[in-house]
Structures are given as C-alpha cells and as structure tokens.
Write a protein that binds this ligand. Structure first.
Ligand code: ZN
Length: 95
C-alpha cells in the first residue's frame, strides 16, 4: 500500500493497494468481487505500519483461501495447512 492507496482506502472504506507488477492502484476484488470493506485501520507506534481490519467477501488469497496466512510453520521447516479454501481460483482467474 502506498500513500495514494491508503487515501483511497480511507475515502471509500474499501481496501486499495499498489500493484508493483501492474504499477497502478487497484481495488482489492475489482476483478474477483472479493472486496475488503474496512472496519478499522490500526497504526503502529512509529507510524510506519498499519493493519486493516476488514470484512472479507469471498477469499483474500489468489490461491482460493480465505486468508493468505493459511499455513503455520512448525519449526524448523514444516508447513501445516490450517486454512480453508473458499473459492476455486481457476474459475475466478482464468483467461
Ligand atoms: Zn495470498
């Protein structure tokens, strides 16, 4: 998220992000419909990190999971899947 993305997020209460690959601001869910309606924006002590508390429509992750954080690390290097898929990414992102 850059400054403009944050500004649009504040103005619309919908999460916007800066896409480094497309080099433009994008509304999360603009193609999938899986938008994030922002309930709260938390700001850290140094004012250099924020957390968005959102109401997630569908799934946030391009893999089809509700959240990108669907795996837990079991040290030293095992990953355990603790998430759930809420949509089929091949149906959403084809073509
Ligand atoms: Zn993800």
């Amino acid at each position: 998220m850059n400054k403009e993305a944050l500004q649009r997020t504040i103005e619309t209460s919908m999460a916007h992000y800066w896409s480094t690959s497309r080099k433009k601001i994008w509304l999360k869910g603009e193609s999938s419909g899986h938008i994030q309606r922002v309930d709260e924006i938390l700001v850290d002590c140094d004012m250099d990190a924020i957390i968005l508390k959102v109401e997630q429509k569908g799934g946030a992750c391009h893999t089809g999971h509700y959240s990108c954080f669907y795996r837990r690390l079991i040290p030293p290097k095992k990953l355990e899947n603790i998430g759930r898929k809420v949509f089929n990414p091949e149906e959403i992102y084809r073509g």
